[in-house]
Ligand binder design. Structure first.
Ligand code: NAD
Ligand code: ISE
Length: 335
């Protein structure tokens, strides 16, 4: 059986995931697309092999021609589409964030819990990256001992003028929030944000770089340097410091080039290049799960918890204080 996927939001990542679904993912095709920019939806419909273009996302979700939905529109629209999928009883993979506000995330987990079965997964693709999986395996083997500190670095080459100081938390560091929770298997209970000296390469309204410290339930610190305009490429690093050793990501370049007096490794240009294999693995795991009647991927609860941390994180950006975080009770569906 081929799962007919409909894509709502055919921007950069909608097209990227669409190409994957049409080209390399087994068991699925892209049957339908919708975007508020109809001409863009039409363009991507062609790229994915001739999908039907719907008037809007809600019509696509309601259609009998769609078995599962991929939500890759802008974050502010996610909750409406995810809730419509739950209403229609259709599986949905939603790009991060599940929704930009905690109130919307709570509505989603309540709706899914009332439906009684998981339908929603969130696109936290780093969980599928081989490097991060090796770091987690080191921790689980016990060779590095007890986890004490997680150091994270997340650098983008440049960001547009529309990128704000709050987005460092809501759009970018949300990945480190999820990685910290998943790797350490603990909730984050406090966040502090300490602004470093600014780069002259950022628009004046943007605090860049930014530095955050997350504290987990048992007191593990997870530090994050996010640098939006580092200029040289897309660079994601992580080192987990344990009581007996450390485990780290290595540069994912597969080869180096030696020329006069230098040994050079390539640096990925952006997230599409760096995490290409992880996006493929997460979407394949989702589709293969649906074939078996299972919902495989980070749950709506994971999406809620990440948004909770970044919402408090935005307050921490404003206040400069260490802010504590409290969660609603986890519904039985997610335990
Ligand atoms: P984008 O701006 O390129 O694309 C967003 C698309 O949504 C646009 O085509 C826009 O026209 C469309 N849109 C806006 N309002 C809509 C609506 N009401 N209904 C339908 N479509 C609508 O942005 P992007 O970079 O593709 O990001 C999209 C989402 O994916 C965001 O939530 C972003 O955070 C997430 N994202 C995740 C990763 C990752 O690494 N996992 C990387 C990039 C983006
Ligand atoms: C973007 O939305 C992503 O999710 C990328 O993975 C991240 O590196 C980037 O900073 C975000 O803007």
């Amino acid at each position: 059986m081929t799962i007919r996927v409909g894509i709502v939001g055919t921007g950069l990542i909608g097209e990227d995931h669409g190409r994957r679904l049409a080209g390399v993912i087994r068991g699925a095709n892209v049957n339908a697309v919708a975007d508020v920019r109809r001409e863009r939806a039409q363009e991507v419909a062609g790229v994915v092999g001739g999908a039907r273009v719907f008037e809007n996302g809600l019509e696509l979700i309601a259609s009998d021609e769609v078995d599962a939905v991929l939500v890759t529109s802008i974050g502010e629209t996610h909750a409406e589409y995810v809730l419509a999928c739950i209403d229609a009883g259709k599986p949905v993979m939603c790009e991060k964030p599940l929704a930009p506000t905690v109130a919307e995330c709570e509505r989603i987990i309540e709706a899914e819990a009332a439906f009684g079965r998981q339908l929603v997964i969130v696109g936290f693709m780093r969980r599928y990256d081989l490097g991060y999986r090796h770091v987690k395996a080191s921790l689980e083997r016990g060779t590095i001992g007890d986890p004490l500190i997680l150091h994270n670095i997340h650098r983008n080459s440049v960001v547009p003028e529309s990128y704000t100081s709050f987005m460092t938390m809501t759009d970018s560091m949300i990945h480190e929030v999820d990685v910290s929770r998943w790797l350490l298997d603990e909730e984050i209970v406090a966040v502090q944000v300490i602004p470093p000296k600014r780069t002259p390469k950022a628009f004046p309204h943007l605090q860049d770089p930014q530095f955050a410290v997350f504290t987990t339930e048992s007191g593990i610190l997870s530090t994050v340097e996010f640098f939006a305009n580092c200029q040289y490429g897309y660079d994601v690093r992580c080192e987990l410091v344990g009581s007996l050793g450390t485990a780290s990501l290595v540069n994912p370049a597969l080869a180096s080039e030696i020329t006069a007096g230098q040994d050079a490794e390539a640096i990925p240009a952006d997230w599409r290049e760096r995490f290409g294999a992880a996006y493929t693995a997460e979407i394949q795991a989702w589709i293969s799960g649906l074939e078996r009647g299972e919902c495989v991927g980070p749950s709506a609860w994971e999406g809620y918890a990440a948004t909770k941390v970044v919402e408090v994180g935005v307050e921490a950006v404003k206040s400069g204080e260490r802010m504590t975080i409290e969660y609603v009770d986890k519904p039985a569906l997610y335990r």
